[in-house]
Structure formats: structure tokens, C-alpha cells
Design a protein around this ligand. Sequence first.
Ligand SMILES: Nc1ccn([C@@H]2O[C@H](COP(=O)(O)O)[C@@H](O)[C@H]2O)c(=O)n1
Ligand SMILES: C[C@@]1(CO)OP(=O)(O)OP(=O)(O)OC[C@H]1O
Length: 171
Amino acid sequence: MMQPATFDPTSLRVGQGYDVHAFAEGRKLILGGVNVPHVRGLLGHSDADVLAHAVADALLGGIRGGDIGKLFPDTDPAYAGADSLKLLASVAGKVRAEGFQILDVDSVIAAQAPKLAPYREAMRENLARAMGVAVENVGVKATTTEQLGFEGREEGISATAVCLLCRCREF
Ligand SMILES: Nc1ccn([C@@H]2O[C@H](COP(=O)(O)O)[C@@H](O)[C@H]2O)c(=O)n1
Ligand SMILES: C[C@@]1(CO)OP(=O)(O)OP(=O)(O)OC[C@H]1O
């Protein structure tokens, strides 16, 4: 199908993000801004929201803007215990400042436990609100790794995300 004349394929960008955090005793498990009940949480300088970090890195990848560690160094006390949804909102603002629209985001959390399906919609809503996009444009999925690897041994959780950005005036 022909695209409208205003569509310029070179104005499209994809981004990819990946993050890992280790489990630790006495920490909250925050995923996509949701405080998920679990016996342990994830260790990090911030709230260790591995999903929000992967999404933020996907956005930064799309604008070739480095990564969250460059923007929010884990040596900076300003980010100690930081709410990662706020970091994500800041990254989304940077994306817009570069003239890009966030068209779509999808993500996968790899966690052997806990069961995350009951929290998926709340995560989508939180991420969408932080980025200023419609919830329909944010996907969150979960998978175990069939007890294989560090996620499977319940040593930590990983998350991956992709995004599609556009510098289009209109479609
Ligand atoms: N932490 C998790 C992992 C998975 N799920 C849901 O279970 C489904 C089956 O997982 P498999 O790894 O066996 O494919 C998966 O599609 C998710 O819906 C979950 O809720 N929490
Ligand atoms: C989020 C930041 C904030 O200092 O700290 P961490 O919670 O350690 O998370 P990481 O995924 O290692 O990313 C780096 C940092 O930007």
C-alpha cells in the first residue's frame, strides 16, 4: 500500500534495550513501577526496576542517545533509590526534545518467579503514563526460562524492550 506523501521512511528509528538485576534480600521487587509481592527484590542503585530500565534504554537507542548509565550515573547519589518511572519520563522527554514521537514499545521480562501475569496491565499503564503514550502502544510480556540460566536459578531478572520512533509530521 502507498504511504501518504508526508511519510519519510528515513524518519523511522528502532531502539532496543536490555537490563539485568540480581535478587537481594530486604529489597522491594519493582517492575514497571509495580511493587510486586515477593520474598526478595532486585538490587540496584535506583529502585532497580529492570523493566523500566530496558524500556528507557530502548528509547535512548532509538535517538542514539547513549544509555541510562550515561544519563543517570550509578555513582551519583542523586539517583540513589530513584523511582525508575521518573527516569523513564525524563528519557521520554529527551526523545520528544529530539523531535521524535514514541510510536510503539514492546517488552519481555524473563523471571522464573514470581508469577507476573496479574501485574502486567498495571505495568503497561505505568510505563505508558511515564512515556506519555497510549497504553495500547505498550506491550509487556513475561516468560520463565524453564529453570535455565541465572533467571531460571532465580538469581535475578532480565528484561528486554524494543521501540519504534518517528520524526514524522503526520501519517
Ligand atoms: N514470571 C512469569 C513467567 C511467566 N508468566 C506467564 O506464564 C506463561 C508461561 O511461561 P513460560 O515461560 O512457560 O512460557 C507466560 O506466557 C506468561 O504469561 C508469568 O506470568 N510470570
Ligand atoms: C538506573 C541507574 C541509576 O543510577 O542505576 P541502577 O539501579 O543500578 O540500574 P542500572 O540498570 O545498573 O542502570 C544504571 C543507572 O542509570
